[in-house]
Unconditional design. Sequence first.
Length: 108
Amino acid sequence: MTTVNGFKHVGLVTKKETQSFEEFVAHWQAVHSKIALALPGLRGYVLNPIDRRVYPDSPIDGFSELWFDSLEDAMAAFASPVGQEAFDDVPNFAAHVAVTYITEIRKR
């Protein structure tokens, strides 16, 4: 059976060239995550760092997954003051973030 379980915001992240992978992950975990966890309506949050020294074929340094009940909830969260704070923090640890919205369909 296939079920639709909420809505997911995925950010594909590339670190700044001037920082090490460890610095990138440290800021993402300690600073940016603290902001993101305060987003209104957030149901789940996962960081997925990718060390390109180990996985050199990866075009990104990591991706984040943020779960909301609906697209409307995600849009409201990112339009909030906390959402603006998260947006303003991105240049402190990332050179580029590509965002996509996904309806998650779980098979198991």
